[in-house]
Design a protein around this ligand. Structure first.
Ligand SMILES: Nc1ncnc2c1ncn2[C@@H]1O[C@H](COP(=O)(O)OP(=O)(O)OP(=O)(O)O)[C@@H](O)[C@H]1O
Ligand SMILES: [Mg+2]
Length: 460
């Protein structure tokens, strides 16, 4: 049932509209206050807003602006009275969907609302498709569309085409290196051939060696039968060498030889076997440092680093967080038969602000745990684990700005951010200068200077 919010200061109009909307089976909510409207827009999933331009003291245009700041995709229909058509045009420029004049007929409302909702659902569908398919063809189910991740997708597609190119994937733990490796394989001409994965950090040297190279019967005391190694088994396909940074130096030499000659010899064997395998290696270590410390061979590094792909940590691409949350929420809600669907604004803010040292894996685990433990329709701060409530003030912007091709006026932009945050801080502290300064981590004198500079009132 679509939720439609009516914001109007005349009770008569509100009731009238509520009745008309209820007739069509929508769920109307209504209020005459801007604060309440803002709360509803951030906490409820509102599909459409009917907004009166004459809202007592506050201009409806300001209200429109602030509601769309909360939800940039919010669809708003303006209701205008006599003499405010000009403002209605202004409202369209600010992104209102359409306007309707008072007095209105029920039929006109039925029609305009139906059209608006159709538009909304189409827009959402398009956004969803874009998000899910964002330039990454089937075969790779990665979520996120930050510029950093789009760059990774581009690299995946590019290297997938070159069947035998060696790839080195770097990135912190939990960033999705394994997904990238699988995506490369699945998008490559080798997709029908094996993808074999081995963790080089989990086996002692000699076991890893026989796993990779195999052995002939009798190669050593325990070798009762011939064993085919993973390099041979993945012939024609790809082998994923995870945690390559942990590989023993002796084995590194052998791997280097494989990469150079494209041949292997089973342990205890006398024959060289040609292999045709794509090597995809991954590590969360800084290999250059490992080279400095003589734990990793420089020649092997250059062999592997033919096509490097770096997966950035989640805190450097925070705009992926909401998508990932939705994705895992949907997935685990279904899996555990829960109905958690929405994330409250407060909870989202905390989740966006958190550092995510364990990256996507940590986020996935947090959502999974919530879906196991709770079953409310909306995810709220009280459902979040303690570490999400960091007390340190935030230093980084939650989003990075796009640099538009026409450029920016840097100082004006920075001033606007300053003015905006100062105004908000004053609202939060009720105008107390000392508290405001503390909230912004600046000396009181600096705050006073800025209040004057920006001509901001309401602080004492
Ligand atoms: N972009 C993404 N979209 C969806 N799921 C993701 C994404 N990135 C990571 N994941 C999920 O996060 C978890 C960790 O990813 P993955 O195992 O690929 O990380 P990793 O970089 O290999 O970590 P480690 O270095 O610890 O092995 C997995 O469950 C994976 O499915
Ligand atoms: Mg991994």
């Amino acid at each position: 049932m679509e939720k439609i919010l009516i914001v109007d200061d005349e009770a008569f109009i509100r009731e009238n509209l509520e009745r008309i909307l209820a007739e069509d089976g929508y769920r109307p909510l209504s209020t005459d206050s801007e604060e309440e409207a803002a709360r509803l827009v951030s906490e409820e999933e509102i599909d459409l807003v009917l907004l009166d331009l004459n809202l007592g003291a506050r201009s409806g245009l300001d209200v429109l602006r602030s509601l769309r700041e909360i939800d940039p995709d919010l669809l708003v229909i303006i209701i205008t009275g006599y003499g405010t058509v000009e403002s209605a045009v202004e409202a369209l420029k600010l992104g209102a969907y359409d306007y309707i004049k008072k007095p209105f007929k029920a039929d006109a409302i039925h029609l305009i609302v139906r059209l608006a909702l159709e538009t909304q659902s189409l827009r959402r569908k398009v956004r969803q498709l874009r998000r899910e398919g964002k330039d990454l063809p089937q075969g790779a189910d990665m979520v996120g569309s930050s510029p950093q991740l789009l760059q990774v997708y581009r690299q995946i597609r590019e290297v997938a085409k070159h069947e035998t190119a060696t790839v080195l994937i770097t990135g912190e733990s939990g960033t999705g290196k394994e997904l990238v490796a699988r995506a490369i394989h699945n998008l490559s001409p080798r997709r029908e051939r094996p993808f074999i994965e081995i963790n080089c950090g989990s086996l002692p040297f000699n076991l890893l060696e026989t796993e990779l190279f195999g052995h002939e019967r009798g190669a050593f005391t325990d070798a009762k039968n011939r064993k085919i190694g993973l390099l041979e088994e993945s012939n024609g396909g790809s082998i994923f060498l995870d945690e390559i940074g942990e590989m023993d130096l002796t084995l590194q030499v052998k791997l280097l030889r494989v990469l150079e000659d494209r041949r292997i010899r089973r342990l205890g064997g006398t024959r060289n076997i040609d292999i045709d395998v794509r090597v995809i290696a991954a590590t969360n270590r800084n290999l250059r440092e490992a080279i400095e410390e003589r734990q990793f061979r420089e020649d092997l590094f250059y062999r592997l680093n033919v096509f490097p792909i770096h997966v950035p940590p989640l805190r450097e691409r925070r705009e992926d967080i909401p998508h990932l949350l939705q994705y895992f929420l949907r997935r685990f809600s279904r899996e555990f038969n829960k109905r958690i669907r929405e994330i409250s604004r407060e909870a989202l803010e905390l989740l966006m602000r958190y550092r995510w040292p364990g990256n996507v894996r940590e986020l996935r685990n947090v959502v999974e745990r919530i879906c196991i433990m709770y079953n409310s329709e909306t995810l709220r701060p009280e459902h979040l684990p303690g570490e999400m409530f960091g007390t340190a003030p935030r230093r980084e912007a939650p989003f990075s700005f796009d640099l538009p091709p026409e450029g920016v006026v840097l100082e004006a932009l920075v001033e606007q951010i300053e003015r905006d945050l100062i105004t908000k801080a004053i609202a939060v502290t009720g105008g107390n200068v000392a508290k405001t300064a503390r909230l912004l981590s600046i000396p009181r004198g600096t705050l006073r200077y800025k209040l004057e500079k920006y001509d901001i009132e309401g602080a004492f």
